[in-house]
Design a protein around this ligand. Structure first.
Ligand SMILES: O=P(O)(O)OC[C@H]1O[C@H](O[C@H]2O[C@H](CO)[C@@H](O)[C@H](O)[C@H]2O)[C@H](O)[C@@H](O)[C@@H]1O
Ligand SMILES: O=c1ccn([C@@H]2O[C@H](COP(=O)(O)OP(=O)(O)O)[C@@H](O)[C@H]2O)c(=O)[nH]1
Length: 753
């Protein structure tokens, strides 16, 4: 064999892996046949050992790849046999370019859910950079399995997990059409054609070419042909079905049973409709060589493809490629991937509906020449322009593009915070700002409190006792301003921080308070709150009808949260809810609808900064910022807000004008819908604006200058420390592993010399 490197598997692994897990579990499941039942129950017991063999075999493939891999190589994993391979490869080398393509259908997530190893398989496929399917439907099913089963976020581009995007797309395979078209000119093919024409002279020939697999619907095809003969006695001696049934997976008992079943039906029908000189069905239990196959494709009148499920079905493409002169008719199952590309020219059928298939056979046999020509033309154009070569090069170039894009987009794994440096720079600075997140930053780690993300409970965060002392010291340092920025409500922050001299920003900055003063709302005075009751009604209505969704009334906002609901249903309901709001209670109100993906914190920080500078009467610019937190991905913009290269002042001439009106942004979040009153800063009451990062930025920079022309920030790159806590990937410059490390850091800052 040339340019191939074998992977050797021992016999027991092959049995458990290939016959067992691949062909007795995954293949039937992916083709909607389901998991073993009744006589296949033994498989259920041996499921785990088969899965272990599957992983082992995949690891062996990975070992061989690793042995031969050179930097820059692209590794393209194929099919359900190798779903574990992307993970094995990436674990060893995260920089390897890995693609994975599935040749079979990917079933509805309801089917995939049944698989005991459903999580592991999805996760390992997601390790790839690009995941491809034959059709958009299969890709959609896969994304849906990832959102429903793994709880990940599906985006139009793929599936996102902790800032890492796996791109998911459809790449319909094609054939090497030139090879088939050219083969028809070869003398050996011409010879075969001559023989076949003579053999079937005076009769129309219908062709079936399939592996003898239950998913190909061979018994259903033969039964439909029987029905056609039954109902059309005039055709009985004028048509023949030539069925090539290529033996496959002959070690698997189900395939052995299928062979006997097909033989039995063929024998019965031939006995019923055959004569001394001819039989209606020619059934061959063997494969043909390429030239014989091309000749058959070229001389037959109708191709009958009745797959119950089929990833693509290349036979239908090959038939079309060989029919330029005869313009035969293709009857094609709507359950084959090919139906999506050849649907325009083929007669599409539901193979389970024997009556429909029988009447389609009649329609095809009687089809006038001009209609045959038109239909063939459609399909031929597709087959010659969507070739296997084009498919492969599209996938590979897409994989390369995906990797470049991912590098730009993926949140990196930041290095550990250099605590010594952070403390050292802190010591040298004169006006410091410490922005501290609350949950999982100043509190105990979330997990040790037994709280699971998927559970709804009344857990209330509490400041870690070992942080009290360092926090107090920091708050009492005149050169330091401490701000606790949290999504929590005001009472939670009051309970924890009232005794400290610091700033509190509750509900993601909707409320602001220096602990020596009162809470400031961002609400303008004399606001009409007439909208609240009617919006509440709408929210209540949807809460009742969306299991596990929650509705919360806060002072300036109403929140409908569907993060614990079924992801897709929640999204649909959210969309519907919005429609109700726009057309009803809020059509004339001065309100924003903020969807959870919006970055409320980063918008608020501008305003907060302004308030602090004003309130403290700062004379010197802030020259040190430490921003640490366990912020949600959506709120991570806070880390980049302070990056010194960002312009800190936006000229008035380029500020966007935002009208005071209802705004929305559909970002496809599963988190929450937040309705809030259009808000203005307490010191900027004349302006009303919508929560929008850019707009807020320009508005606040308007008012947070210390004096004419000088900026509130004088931050050098090495005096800015953004740091995520307990997150692997982040936009922050640094990371701390846990709130334990936050304790260490704050202690050292507090005790600095
Ligand atoms: O190796 P076998 O057990 O004999 O099986 C042959 C192949 O069957 C499957 O083919 C799929 O890929 C085709 C091309 O993408 C597609 O048209 C068809 O619908 C699928 O069934 C299987 O996925 C391959 O791995 C096997 O080699
Ligand atoms: O005697 C035969 C019959 C079929 N085929 C080839 O088997 C493939 C079948 O592919 P398809 O996508 O239709 O279904 P699969 O068998 O892969 O599920 C086609 O390329 C056929 O040309 C073959 O090589 N010899």
């Amino acid at each position: 064999m040339q340019r191939c490197i074998p992977v050797f598997l021992d016999e027991e692994v092959v049995h458990q892996y290939y016959n067992g897990y691949c062909n007795n579990i995954l293949w039937p499941l992916f083709h909607y046949i389901g998991l073993p039942q009744e006589d296949r129950l033994a498989t259920t017991r041996s499921f785990q050992s088969q899965f272990d063999a599957y992983k082992k075999a995949n690891q062996l493939f990975a070992d061989v790849v690793n042995e031969h891999y050179e930097e820059g190589d692209v590794v393209w994993c194929h099919d359900y046999h190798l779903m574990f391979l992307p993970k094995c490869l990436k674990e060893r080398n995260s920089k390897m370019k890995v693609g994975w393509f599935l040749h079979t259908p990917f079933p509805s997530s309801e089917i995939h859910r049944m698989l005991p190893s459903r999580l592991e398989l999805l996760r390992s496929v997601l390790a790839a950079d690009l995941v491809g399917f034959h059709t958009y439907d299969y890709a959609r099913h896969f994304v849906s399995a990832c959102t429903r089963i793994l709880g990940l976020e599906g985006t139009p581009e793929g599936v996102e997990d902790q800032g890492k995007l796996t791109r998911i797309a459809a790449f319909p395979v094609g054939i090497d059409s030139e090879r088939f078209i050219k083969a028809l000119e070869l003398p050996e093919v011409q010879d075969h054609m001559k023989v076949l024409k003579q053999r079937f002279a005076g009769r129309k020939v219908m062709l079936g070419v399939d592996r003898l697999d239950m998913i190909k619907g061979i018994p259903q095809k033969i039964l439909a042909f029987e029905k056609f003969l039954e109902e059309n006695p005039n055709w009985r001696n004028k048509v023949v079905l030539l069925q090539i049934a290529v033996p496959t997976r002959t070690d698997v008992p189900e395939y052995q049973k299928l062979t006997s079943q097909v033989h039995e039906i063929v024998g019965r029908i031939n006995g019923r409709f055959g004569s001394l000189t001819a039989v209606p069905i020619h059934h061959l239990d063997r494969s043909l060589d390429f030239h014989e196959l091309c000749a058959l494709y070229a001389v037959t009148d109708v191709a009958l493809v009745t797959s119950l499920r089929d990833g693509m079905n290349l036979v239908s493409y090959e038939y079309v490629a060989c029919q330029e002169s005869k313009k035969g008719v293709l009857i094609l199952s709507e359950f084959a991937g090919a139906a999506q590309s050849l649907g325009a020219g083929a007669i599409l059928v539901n193979p389970w509906n024997v009556t429909e298939v029988a009447s389609s056979i009649g329609y095809a046999l009687n089809m006038p020449a001009d209609e045959r020509e038109k239909r063939h033309h459609h399909n031929f154009k597709h087959v010659i322009s969507h070739t296997a070569q084009e498919w492969a090069s599209t996938f590979v170039s897409e994989l390369n593009v995906t990797i470049v894009e991912a590098q730009l987009r993926t949140r990196q794994i930041p290095p550990p915070l250099p605590i010594e440096v952070a403390v050292d720079r802190y010591s040298c600075s004169n006006n410091r700002l410490l922005i501290l997140g609350f949950n999982a930053t100043l509190t105990e780690p979330v997990d040790t409190l037994g709280r699971k993300d998927s559970q709804i409970n009344e857990w209330q965060p509490k400041l870690r006792p070992d942080l009290r002392e360092p926090l107090r010291k920091l708050c009492d340092d005149p050169k330091t301003t401490v701000l606790v920025l949290s999504g929590s409500a005001r009472n939670v922050l009051d309970d924890n921080f009232s005794d400290y001299n610091l700033w509190l920003a509750a509900e993601n900055g909707m409320f602001l308070r220096v602990t020596t003063g009162d809470w400031m709302t961002t609400m303008p005075e004399n606001l009409s709150m007439e909208w609240v009751d009617s919006v509440k009604n709408v929210f209540e209505y949807f809460t009742d009808r969306t299991p596990r969704s929650q509705f919360e009334v806060r002072e300036t906002s109403l929140i409908w949260n569907y993060k614990y609901s079924d992801v897709e249903f929640g999204r649909l309901q959210a969309r519907d809810l919005l429609q109700h709001l726009w057309t009803g209670p809020i059509s004339n109100a001065s309100l924003d609808v903020v969807q959870g993906r919006r970055s409320v914190e980063s918008a608020a920080i501008d305003r907060i900064l302004g308030e602090i500078v004003h309130n403290k009467g700062m004379k010197e610019p802030i020259d040190y910022v430490l921003c640490i937190g366990h912020f949600l991905t959506k709120d991570e913009d806070i880390y980049t807000f302070f990056e010194p290269e960002l312009p800190s002042e936006v000229p008035a001439s380029v500020r966007p004008q935002v009208p005071t009106q209802v705004r929305t942004s559909i970002v496809g979040s599963r988190a929450a819908l937040l309705m809030k009153q259009n808000s203005t800063s307490a010191v900027e009451q004349n302006k009303s604006y919508a929560i929008d990062g850019d707009t807020l930025h320009s508005m606040v920079t308007d008012r947070i200058s210390l004096q004419e022309g000088s900026s509130v920030l004088d931050l050098q790159a090495n005096d800015y420390f953004s740091c995520s806590v307990a997150r692997k990937r982040s936009n922050s410059r640094y990371r701390l592993q846990s709130s334990d490390e936050v304790v260490t850091l704050l202690r050292e800052l507090a005790d600095h010399r």
